[in-house]
Design a protein around this ligand. Structure first.
Ligand SMILES: [Zn+2]
Length: 294
């Protein structure tokens, strides 16, 4: 297994082959690109439903400490079933932290998944376990690298913006996969737990970061979402994924204020519950599960 953990198969070859083979080209569809940011308490989980019907899950929330349970079982499985989804085409884990990967084992064991994408071939215990389960379940495993992208051939492209090789020795959060999901004129920037170091690397490499929606890095911690980064992304909408009364104090009031001063419409999973964002390719609209009193 260690050999395959270290093998670095280019992401684009197998994925282009996969989606070409499935014959998605030219499907006229009026379905939007839907990104649902689920309320998984302190953690991240996003389900992308593409116009072609493809489904990508980005992070899976965490485990529950008091019971032998996790957000995969509690939140993701019921949500996927409620949407009539029968297969996850891509399960992507931005980095190994438990609040992002805690539900992945349940999904791998209980839901059909085609491809698991991980951020690093470093042998972290969590990723090793997930890799083993994926092998047992005949789920293919890929490691994504900055500069790679997936063309879903329905107007949606997913670009891997980070981490660049200069961050390979950084701490876990700063090796988060940073994704830009583009659908015609709209785009979403999903940053995992990227902190300032990774943000600065993106800016230094002059990566185009502009996006209509920013999934704010590291649950709104003050170590992320610098003023420079926010200027570079210039989002209209921000999503903060954090647990109610979490012990880390996420999101940090400074970040909330920075977003507010930049006139970014901000939604929080700890206050709004799940947030569903639809793009028709021209514009993006988000609907929170709970509307707060004005
Ligand atoms: Zn996290």
């Amino acid at each position: 297994m260690m050999r395959s953990m270290h093998s670095k198969t280019p992401l684009y070859y197998p994925l282009i082959a996969l989606f070409g083979a499935l014959g998605l080209i030219g499907c006229a569809t009026h379905r939007p690109l839907r990104a649902s940011f689920l309320d998984v308490g302190q953690g991240d989980a996003c389900v992308l439903q593409l116009p072609s019907g493809k489904v990508c899950v980005i992070d899976t929330g965490g485990k529950l400490t008091t019971q032998n349970d996790d957000m995969g079982r509690r939140v993701l499985l019921p949500y996927l079933r409620s949407q009539g989804i029968q297969q996850i085409d891509i399960l992507l884990l931005t980095h190994p932290d438990e609040d992002h990967t805690g539900g992945a084992e349940t999904l791998l064991k209980q839901f059909p998944i085609h491809t698991l994408i991980l951020n690093t071939a470093e042998p972290s215990p969590i990723l090793q376990t997930l890799h083993t389960i994926a092998n047992e379940r005949k789920v293919s495993v890929r490691y994504a690298h900055a500069g790679e992208w997936i063309d879903f051939q329905d107007g949606v492209e997913m670009h891997i913006l980070a981490p660049s090789p200069t961050l390979f020795t950084a701490k876990d959060n700063n090796k988060s996969l940073v994704l830009q999901v583009k659908y015609r004129k709209t785009s979403l920037l999903l940053t995992g737990d990227a902190e300032r170091e990774e943000e600065e690397d993106l800016i230094a490499r002059k990566v185009p970061l502009g996006a209509n929606l920013l999934k704010v890095g590291h649950h709104g911690s003050h170590t992320s979402t610098s003023a420079e980064f926010l200027t570079a992304v210039h989002p209209q909408i921000a999503i903060l994924s954090a647990g109610k009364n979490n012990r880390f104090g996420h999101p940090h009031p400074e970040v909330v204020e920075r977003l507010s001063k930049a006139h970014v419409q901000t939604y929080r999973t700890d206050q709004h519950g799940a947030i569903t964002c639809d793009s028709d390719g021209e514009s993006l609209t988000c609907t929170p599960y709970t509307r707060l009193p004005q």
